[in-house]
Design a protein around this ligand. Structure first.
Ligand code: ZN
Length: 280
């Protein structure tokens, strides 16, 4: 695992589990839109929409990025300590029953344990290439991909459930949302990976998964993404691949149910539906 270098003060909090002075942290009184990441390993931990003013002197959130935070009993025998699930960095403590927000949960986090990437520095991409469990498993390992989410796009119903999209009647595709840092990885690289971790020539589904929701598509956000995708499809056609991937203007992305998020990393299983095949 790649770790960022820590200052002595950061080590004091993140490794030695000390607590920063209340009101002293740079994210305590801070309201910008973006993603809070782990200071040590850069894993996405909290979205700005989860942040609320608790008045306690530390940044407070009422939710976490799926599976980003690990809970352990604190050495004081009373509180619940929270750690970065990826690298074990000490973040702070978790409190419930305070009724600050409807979620009734407060992740009380040291600013020192966090870094922040503002929304304007992040880009998004949406790929549909069969079962979203397998797609997410590959994309979440890519440097520069800050966050991946499994969900649904391209259909008609609002806030669709998995059962609804499986009926094929809503028209949704199982889709992966990627939030990435364009200074580390670009849309072309991500699209090339997309075309190599699923079979873009299959028209009725993907691998053993047959059905409308498993079809191959790139939901582009702008003309740059559309033209990049077109260019790669032409390259593949030039190599003899009869590409079935559709290019569709991105619509609303609906998050899938939490049991679909990070399925393979949670279960320790390996995708049956996707594998890497070099095509470029
Ligand atoms: Zn971490």
């Amino acid at each position: 695992m790649k770790y960022n270098k820590l200052t002595d003060e950061e080590k004091r909090i993140i490794i030695d589990k000390q607590t920063e002075r209340p009101g002293s942290g740079k994210f305590n009184d801070f309201g910008r839109n973006g993603i809070y990441i782990c200071k040590r390993c850069s894993a996405a931990l909290f979205l700005s929409e989860y942040k609320f003013a608790a008045g306690c002197g530390w940044p407070s959130f009422d939710d976490e990025v799926d599976s980003a935070v690990k809970r352990v009993p604190d050495s004081d025998g009373i509180r619940t300590e929270i750690l970065c699930n990826k690298c074990g960095a000490h973040l702070g403590h978790l409190f419930t029953g305070e009724k600050f927000t409807p979620k009734d949960t407060r992740y009380c986090v040291n600013s020192v344990s966090l870094d922040f990437i503002p929304t304007e520095k992040l880009h998004r991409a949406y790929f549909a290439g069969g079962c979203f469990w397998g797609m997410q498993c590959y994309f979440q390992k890519i440097d520069g991909v800050i966050l991946t989410r499994a969900g649904y796009m391209g259909g008609t119903a609002q806030n669709p459930t998995y059962d609804q999209i499986c009926s094929g009647l809503t028209g949704h595709y199982e889709t992966i949302e990627l939030i990435y840092d364009p200074t580390s990885v670009d849309f072309r690289e991500l699209s090339k990976l997309f075309f190599q971790i699923h079979d873009p020539t299959q028209i009725d589904g993907q691998g053993p998964d047959i059905g409308r929701q498993y079809r191959s598509a790139i939901f582009y956000i702008d003309d740059d993404q559309k033209n990049t995708a077109k260019d790669l499809i032409e390259l593949l056609k030039g190599k003899g691949y009869k590409v079935a991937t559709e290019l569709i203007k991105a619509g609303r992305f609906w998050n899938a149910e939490s049991y679909h998020q990070n399925y393979y990393s949670k279960t320790g299983k390996y995708p049956y539906c996707h594998s890497f095949v070099k095509r470029f």
